[in-house]
Design a protein. Sequence first.
Length: 317
Amino acid sequence: MTYKTGQAASFEDIRDAIYGAAAQAGWTAEQGHIITRPGCAVRLFVGADSAARPELAMTGGTGFDAASGHLQEPTPNRVRMGALIRDGAWHSIQFPVLYDIMAFEEEVYCFINHNVLEYQYLAFGISGIPGILGTGAWVSGTFSGASPTATNLANSSGSFALTPTSGGTSGIGNRSSGAIFADSSGLATNNASSFIHHGFTDYCASEWALGAGANMYGQYPLHPLLSAQPSAWNEGAALLPIRAYIPRPQGFMSLVAELRHARNVRVDYLDPKAVYSLSTDKWKIFPWVKKEVTARDGGSNINHSGTLGVAIRYDGT
């Protein structure tokens, strides 16, 4: 694992830190802030529709064509961190921000801490589930984007819909789940903020599962366990797997990803950015967006994530 933390004065600083950490962890750093390993490639780029609304965006692919400089089989949309909706209006990220990057051979996670108590992330990696037809490349971000390369934010999600019972909420319009593989029914295609290349086309129209419509399920199968956390006896919270499932014919589901170095966790009694030890493993805690104990199950059209959060494997000091 490669761990980096520091203060960033711009999205370019964050982009460069991710690029460097991934290279140190064994990924190949290509020209144009493209990061690759067999079966997975991502392109990081900074864009904006105005000086007031910049973003750090990411497009995924199954590989990289060095001759053309393009990603192979790119994701339908980009994912991003950046401007968000607050009180009915767009607000850009105010710099400087703090960042934490945990980069592994198979997965890379970057969280930024801004506006004192708020967080955003970009993450990517490759699935280790055997037997899927695709490469298993996956990408995820706090927000979605309208296209793989567009810099216009007009059709990008700006607030959140996240619940432990479904992973998303129907009828939510222009929203993002704000969590890896948590998008579920009701999210429009342009609001997908997680993608995985599963390769099956017997039910899904695309080999990329979108975190939208009926194309992917993540937190939904876990909702009984998420809803039962934390323990009323000792205030403890279990670390639960982050998985992606896609529907298959005749009502079946296929598991296409289970993250190696990240877990779902309830953060009711856990402090953001604190490090907790379980046996020989250490885990660093982040809320998906912003911890809010008064509305712990999240909801729709919100600017927080209740007490839904994530634990990332950690070996820093």
